[in-house]
Ligand binder design. Structure first.
Ligand code: NAD
Length: 250
């Protein structure tokens, strides 16, 4: 039986989460690929991993639902019997709106998925990885956004606020569980060329924003994955509570 470390990546059927899963497998992690509804997309990520000799499973679950989160981690327990890393990647944006147009439902869903979901997943990971619970330690990487700093006025102030919460959660949790052998860091992507912009009704956003980015181009999901894998790796053994901008200088 393999004793390779096990990583759970939320929202991993496409975009940054899929790139993190593929790169993690190449670097020796066994990967639990979380998806909400698109099983075929999750299976495609798993096929890409197994084609290179890696090991991965698909784990269904909505991080906006506490019961789903619980069963997701139980599936990982049953299949792998251990957990060494978590990437809180699942996240949503909504159509560009001013705050005075936003519905309560929109704001609550944004916070439930982006903030509550990340905190509940981290709690499940800490229960398994903490030396205080008999675990052997581990690493958590949260996916924030440059929106946390910019604030995204007239677009997504709710999304920006949810990512600022992720930054603060990262700093606090890192200090809370440092003595448990768990490192907690975050990556702040800038404009990355993924499908999330289409979900916000602006499919060309990544290309349109290029002139405003010092490096004059959007980033790729793979470039974000490189930063995430660094933070998960032993190369970052003394790094905790850090938030790394991956934004082409933006
Ligand atoms: P994406 O829309 O391609 O991927 C998001 C993934 O999260 C999808 O697989 C989706 O199914 C999943 N997801 C959504 N709601 C979920 C839920 N309730 N439960 C489980 N999974 C759920 O976008 P992406 O760009 O790959 O985004 C990944 C992360 O990066 C997000 O947290 C996003 O906020 C963040 N981010 C992206 C950019 C960018 O420009 N693309 C910039 C900054 C931050």
């Amino acid at each position: 039986m393999s004793d390779a470390p096990v990583l759970l990546v939320t929202g991993a059927s496409r975009g940054i989460g899929a790139a993190v899963s593929r790169l993690a497998a190449k670097q020796g992690w066994r990967v639990a690929v979380n998806y909400v509804s698109n099983r075929a997309a999750a299976d495609a990520v798993i096929e890409a991993i197994t084609a290179h000799g890696g090991e991965a499973i698909a784990v269904k679950g909505d991080v906006g639902n506490a019961a789903d989160i619980n069963s997701m981690f139980e599936t990982v327990d049953r299949h792998f019997g251990r957990l060494d890393g978590l990437v809180n990647n699942a996240g949503i944006i909504d159509a560009a709106q001013r705050v005075d147009e936003m519905s309560v439902e929109r704001i609550e869903r944004m916070m439930r998925v982006n903030v509550t979901g990340s905190i509940l997943c981290a709690a499940e990971a800490v229960r398994r990885m903490s030396s205080k619970h008999g675990g052997t330690g581990g690493a958590i990487v949260n996916i924030s956004s440059m929106a946390a700093i910019i604030g995204s006025p007239s677009q997504y102030v709710d999304y920006a606020a949810s990512k600022a919460a992720i930054d603060t959660f990262t700093i606090g949790l890192a200090r809370e569980v440092a003595a448990d052998g768990i490192r907690v860091n975050a990556v702040r992507p800038g404009i990355i060329d993924t499908d999330i912009h289409a979900s916000g009704g602006l499919p060309d956003r990544a290309r349109d924003m290029a002139p405003s980015i010092p490096m004059q181009r959007p980033g790729t999901a793979e470039e974000v994955a490189d930063a995430v894998l660094y933070l998960l790796s032993p190369a970052a053994s003394y790094v905790t509570g850090a938030i790394l901008n991956v934004s082409g200088g933006r």
